[in-house]
Design a protein around this ligand. Structure first.
Ligand SMILES: [Zn+2]
Length: 70
């Protein structure tokens, strides 16, 4: 389900490539050029569930640089 309007303010969402930040474990990942819908009024961002899952998988695979073991 892809929203067409912002849930906060009702403004039409625009497609944009954003930098998505997420924290996996204790590490901050920044992934550039993530396709998203963005509200230019309030800055709300919406990312498709499938895209989000891919990013989380990517982070999990690329996580723990240097191979430190918990
Ligand atoms: Zn908004």
């Amino acid at each position: 389900m892809r929203p067409t309007h912002c849930q906060n303010c009702g403004t039409a969402l625009m497609e944009a490539a954003i930098v998505y930040e997420m924290i996996v474990g204790e590490e901050l990942f920044q992934i550039e050029d993530v396709p998203a819908l963005v509200c230019r009024e309030c800055g709300e961002q919406w990312i498709e569930q499938e895209v989000r899952e891919n990013l989380e998988q990517l982070a999990a695979e690329n996580g723990t640089p240097g191979g430190h073991v918990q």
